[in-house]
Design a protein around this ligand. Structure first.
Ligand code: GSH
Length: 222
């Protein structure tokens, strides 16, 4: 059986979890603590400490490069999901780079503000240290103080995606492609704390998000 090693609120893990649900295949999730990556280290033979990692029988799939999509491509090929069709090659790459850079860069900060609600007390020191080593001393307080501005920036960054949804059901097509799942994961992380809703201006995105929550590969003829 396929196993997804994750932490549940991670944007990149939500992407793969939703792809697996979409496919209808049987899979299990294994949650690891944010501050203990030893299972990832062991499975990847010391090549990665990141989640998600996918275990598919004897095969372990993980992102070995900053801009790879190895897990999604593996699932797409194995389960024939039509996530990376030839006609959207190139364009999807441009889009997912924007999603994983600009949108994710705003969304995770807005979620991390509430880290005390989802990181157990005994892991908080390591969590804060990790963030401050990467983003500077006091970064969490800084993001908290700038919350309204971060929300405004996020709403503005989502503007083009709202426009893409004005005349079709999914971002590129009448069925979801990889970028739909990618944006879904990043927004799922943004809303994981339960403190946020969709920016009010983005009515089409709100409907798309709810479609993306339930859509199944079986809804489409291949
Ligand atoms: N490009 C990777 C990024 C994965 C990633 O950044 N994962 C985060 C969790 S959301 C992580 O494990 N970061 C390493 C760390 O926190 O030390 C992907 O698409 O899977």
């Amino acid at each position: 059986m396929i196993e997804l090693i994750q932490f549940p609120w991670s944007p990149f893990c939500i992407v793969q979890r939703r792809i697996l649900e979409f496919s209808g295949t049987r899979f299990k999730t294994t949650n690891i603590p944010n501050t203990d990556r030893s299972l990832v280290w062991k499975l990847t033979r010391g090549q990665s400490y990141q989640v998600p990692v996918l275990r598919d029988g004897r095969h372990v799939v993980f992102e070995a490069a900053e801009d790879s999509q190895a897990i999604a491509e593996h699932l797409d090929q194995k389960l024939e999901l039509g996530l990376f069709p030839a006609q959207w090659r190139g364009l999807q790459t441009v889009l997912w780079r924007h999603i994983e850079d600009e949108i994710e860069g705003l969304g995770f900060k807005l979620n991390d503000i509430y880290f005390e609600e989802f990181i157990p007390a005994k892991e908080r020191l390591a969590f804060v240290r990790h963030k401050e080593r990467k983003f500077g001393r006091g970064c969490l307080a800084h993001w908290r103080a700038g919350q309204a501005e971060l929300l405004q920036q996020l709403a503005a960054s989502l503007g083009p995606y709202e426009q893409m949804l004005l005349n079709r059901s999914f971002l590129l097509d009448e069925r979801p492609r990889f970028v739909d799942f990618d944006l879904y994961g990043v927004l799922g992380n943004f809303m994981a704390s339960g403190h946020y809703e969709f920016p009010a201006a983005h009515a089409e995105m709100r409907k798309w998000y709810s479609r993306m929550t339930t859509v199944r590969a079986g809804d489409f003829s291949s």
